[in-house]
Design a protein around this ligand. Sequence first.
Ligand code: OFO
Length: 169
Amino acid sequence: MISEKMEQAFCDQINKEFYSEYLYLSMQAYFERLNLAGFTNWMSVQIQEEHAHAIGMFNYLHERGGKVELLAIDKPQTDWKSPLDVFEHVLEHEKYVTSRINALMDVAESEKDRAALSFLDWYLKEQVEEESNVGGVLAKLQLIGDDKHALLLLDKELEARVFNQPVIG
Ligand code: OFO
């Protein structure tokens, strides 16, 4: 049985993962408006990943005999100045999520919940990957600057991203 403190911390993180999904859906809508199909695709894959992260914790909490309480999801930002502005926001958000996973692991440590720590290890590795992927796109956007032709080439490249259902835990 999972402790109440751990249960609450998981519910809070489930909410953060759903918020990430919501934020990236809003970013997808922004890219749809710009007719950038590759960036739109990149976001749609990201949305599926965030959904999988939330459901992974949702399932885990049930597996541990916990109660899932779904919290209200905040309204995400709607507009950005440019694709570069979007990806700066994504990186900042992912760093924040990494800090929340670390905080969740701190709770697991204080609760002496080794099972939760081992489960959360996957999320920590995933955050390293997420920050690196986002950082890669951001670096290209910084190089591109105001070059519209280069932006369209990057858009084409991002069309190739596909979603692979992760095996969590
Ligand atoms: Fe769930 O990793 Fe991004 O936020």
